[in-house]
Design a protein around this ligand. Structure first.
Ligand SMILES: Nc1ncnc2c1ncn2[C@@H]1O[C@H](COP(=O)(O)OP(=O)(O)O)[C@@H](O)[C@H]1O
Ligand SMILES: [Mg+2]
Length: 253
């Protein structure tokens, strides 16, 4: 089954297509005689402009879900559809229908627990590099990178090296880099784990803003139950299964 750009998953028009759909996604890791089912028949539709938190205990499969949603890893079974593009569809016996790397660069932004900035490049250069990989001219890339840093409240640190920035500032630069190519899907894996409560809250606000103002679909893996008010949806991953809480307040703190 394929979903063309003009005819969506449920006969929806293109502009109504979910930003991300996971259909019956299963991921198993096999080592020797041991099989770990990290994702067990996971289904998810995330609209454009929706910001979702993904909670769950360690080992529940949260990072695996993000890697598969972000095309860094293929599912064992099931489909991944991003903005109407079928990336994997194991029911059709097809894999990697697009060039993964190119698709990823253009459509998907990642933020990890650590900023992973290039240490010998300044803040603005770290963002600029992500654009130049996609053939944006250096002068234009520089200008856009500066605008992003300004938007994220670290414009005045553009000329600083990563080691001259605080953890929160580095993480903002990492978010700017993830947004460099205006991704339709932003995936963040415990991005605030290394930050204090106030910085963590600011970064969560940023993700909310990116979803609501830029219309991206956003998933943030977090253990921080204090920041859940910033999310439209609360997803729970447990023993490979994905479920949803209708109200953030239902989540035990
Ligand atoms: N590359 C891998 N090879 C083998 N097992 C893995 C691999 N990645 C994750 N796993 C296993 O899959 C399960 C889910 O892991 P993960 O997605 O990292 O969980 P979480 O991010 O929720 O802590 C765990 O049991 C983990 O050990
Ligand atoms: Mg993880």
């Amino acid at each position: 089954m394929t979903y063309g750009p003009s005819e969506g998953a449920a006969g929806l028009r293109t502009e109504e297509l979910p930003g991300l759909s996971l259909r019956n996604v299963t991921k198993q890791f096999v080592s020797g005689d041991t099989v770990v089912t990290a994702l067990n028949d996971v289904n998810l539709d995330l609209r454009k402009g929706e910001c979702a938190a993904l909670l769950g205990p360690s080992g529940a499969g949260k990072s695996t879900l993000l890697m598969i949603a972000g095309c860094l890893m293929a599912p064992t079974a099931g489909s991944v559809i991003i903005d109407g593009n079928v990336l994997y569809d194991s029911t059709a016996g097809e894999r990697a229908l697009h060039d993964d790397r190119e698709f990823r660069r253009k459509h998907i932004g990642f933020v990890f627990q650590k900023a992973h900035l290039i240490p010998f490049l300044t803040a603005v250069e770290n963002v600029q590099v992500a654009m130049e990989i996609n053939d944006v001219r250096p002068s234009e890339a520089r200008e856009r990178a500066q605008v992003l840093l300004d938007d994220l409240g670290v414009g005045d640190r553009a000329g600083n090296l990563p080691r001259q920035l605080s953890g929160g500032q580095q993480q903002r630069v990492a978010v700017a880099r993830a947004l460099a190519n205006e991704p339709s899907l932003l995936l963040a894996d415990e991005p605030t784990a290394a930050l204090d409560a106030q910085r963590a809250r600011q970064v969560m606000e940023l993700f909310q803003h990116i979803a609501h103002k830029r219309g991206a679909s956003v998933i943030v893996v977090t253990h921080d139950h204090r920041a859940l008010e910033h999310f439209d949806r609360i997803l729970m991953q447990q023993d490979g299964r994905l479920s949803e809480r209708s109200e953030p307040s239902e989540v035990a703190t």
